[in-house]
Design a protein around this ligand. Structure first.
Ligand code: HEM
Length: 500
């Protein structure tokens, strides 16, 4: 009864949100550039829950920690589905990738595999691989600093190939790195370009157009992309199987799960190879975003860099690089990582969740099929509450060095928001907690970072712009990165000799 009343009160046109045009909906309100800023203006105007629609497809923005947790977390069983994208999923073959798999048995099986291999307990077994990839990254960074974006891309790809398949990349021109990069490019810059909304996603019957018909070019493109994606699902997986047969393999996500041969039913292998493949694209843009935000913060805040280096020098000393065993003694480095998540907000609107049943929240009717966005950009603005975080727009790791009550510490923890929500929460979070920490600690230990200089030696202010529709990835900005000393270079050469 209540639901019927709510449906009436909040029938389209009565839900809080900018006024739609007939049929077209809010097409003219949407943008692919920093949509989170627009969504935040709506939040200020319309409140905790904002509804818009595109040709009848509802989009709901949750703008308070309470609304986000109440729905995406506590009611995760009905707010945990994914949008059914015809172009990306069905036509390009991504529907078996974890980030696209619809809620159901398959997604549950995939999450089980991920929890087994990326649970907190499993992470220390990946530490040696993480150290190897981090050291290679630092050597490349100090040798060719202007290429920092390529280096971090290679690091993220190499780490994933190594952790997931036990595959060691040979060089920047490695066959699996190239194939992986091509697939990430297809996914981010072709399938998802312009926000990833294809006419066939709005009018699914277009998928039945014959390939000779005008306007069916998207089907030809999808077929070509699908075939490359399938190669990337199959080839690294075949590498693991062959290595396991020969007995010469590095322990990895796949080898760990394939050890028990009786598990190896066709369905298990299908799930495993698609789950494994999902890791690559899921880790790429996210890792690059957090690293570039960290780098930007160091360029803008030399005092933070200097303070972190002082801490590292006193704990680690000059003759080696930081290791995981140093972490407990380096609280300021941890504070920098926290502040990078908070200040950088890497995925400001998280990924959309699809509502599986009609629902009512605070008297508002939420229609089945709506796509729900946790507005992390605005939600994390609770941290702009001056009593919690004075000068919230400033990068200030010291805020995480304060001794506060556990309940307050939990409320201020950016991890509650930046890795998504409920049963869809990022399954890579435990791995990232280790890998990004070592990355940040190692860069701080080895590199001087500052503003670039013009021909007259004047500092150049980094030009910061965001053009990625999903990730708050700054466009390439100028900066200067140098090894801290000759001695640092010697220590780095030793990591190479040690084979790490
Ligand atoms: C700093 C780095 C990262 C950030 C900020 C991040 C953030 C996120 C977010 C916001 C989501 C969406 C969650 C939701 O729908 O509510 C997600 C999903 C996902 N992440 Fe991450 N992630 C990171 C790194 C990684 C890494 C390294 C991996 C793999 C090794 C990974 C694997 C995944 C997968 C497979 C999903 C899809 C989960 C699903 O839909 O059920 N992520 N991540």
């Amino acid at each position: 009864m209540f639901s019927l009343v709510a449906q009436y009160i909040y029938a389209p046109g009565h839900r809080p949100g900018p006024s739609p045009l007939p049929l077209l909906g809010n097409v003219c309100h949407l943008t692919t550039k920093e949509l989170w800023l627009v969504a935040t203006e709506w939040a200020k105007q319309f409140g905790d829950v904002v509804y818009i629609h595109l040709f009848g497809q509802g989009l709901i923005f949750l703008n308070s920690p309470e609304a986000t947790m109440d729905l995406l977390d506590k009611k995760g069983s009905i707010y945990g589905d994914k949008p059914g994208l015809v172009m990306a999923g069905e036509l390009c073959g991504c529907d078996n990738m974890v980030a696209f798999t619809r809620y159901g048995d398959k997604s549950k099986r995939q999450r089980r595999l991920l929890n087994q291999a990326f649970g907190v307990q499993a992470i220390p077994s990946y530490h040696p691989l993480i150290e190897t990839e981090t050291h290679s990254f630092i050597r490349r960074l100090v040798a060719e600093p202007s290429e920092y974006i390529n280096h971090v891309r290679q690091y993220a790809g190499g780490l994933t190939l190594s952790v997931v398949y036990g595959y060691e990349t040979s060089s920047n021109d490695d066959k699996f790195l190239n194939l992986g990069q091509e697939c990430v490019d297809i996914l981010s810059n072709r399938i998802a370009s312009g926000g990833g909304i294809w006419p066939v996603d709005i009018f699914p019957s277009l998928k039945h157009l014959p390939t000779w018909a005008p306007g069916s070019g998207f089907k030809t493109k999808a077929a070509a992309w699908k075939s490359r994606m399938e190669e990337f699902v199959n080839q690294p997986y075949s590498f693991v199987k062959t290595s396991l047969k020969s007995g010469s393999y590095k322990p990895s996500f796949c080898s760990m799960l394939l050890e028990d041969e009786k598990n190896c039913t066709p369905q298990f292998e299908f799930d495993l190879k698609h789950t494994a493949n999902s890791m690559y694209s899921a880790s790429m843009d996210t890792t690059m975003t957090v690293f570039c935000q960290f780098l930007l913060a160091m360029v803008l805040h030399p005092e933070v860099l200097a303070k972190a280096q002082k801490e590292i020098d006193s704990v680690v000393g000059p003759d080696r690089l930081p290791t995981f065993s140093d972490r407990a003694s380096l609280p300021y480095v941890d504070a920098i990582l926290n502040e990078t998540y908070r200040w950088g907000v890497p995925v400001p609107l998280s990924l959309p969740h699809r509502l599986m049943e009609d629902d009512v929240y605070q008297g508002m009717f939420m229609p089945k099929g709506s796509l729900i966005f946790g507005n992390v950009w605005y939600v994390s603005a609770i941290m702009r509450d001056e009593t919690l975080f004075p000068d919230a727009s400033v990068f200030l790791p010291e805020r995480y060095m304060e001794n506060v009550e556990p309940a307050l510490a939990k409320k201020r923890d950016p991890r509650r928001y930046v890795f998504g929500f409920g049963r869809r929460r990022c399954p890579g979070v435990n791995l990232v907690e280790s890998s990004l920490w070592l990355l940040v600690a190692s860069v701080l230990a080895t590199s001087e970072i500052s503003k670039a200089q013009d021909a007259f030696g004047n500092p150049i202010e980094p030009k910061v712009d965001f053009n990625n529709a999903v990730f708050r990835l700054p466009d390439r900005f100028d900066c200067e990165i140098r090894p801290r000393s000759e001695h640092t270079l010697k220590v780095l050469r030793q990591t190479e000799v040690a084979g790490s």
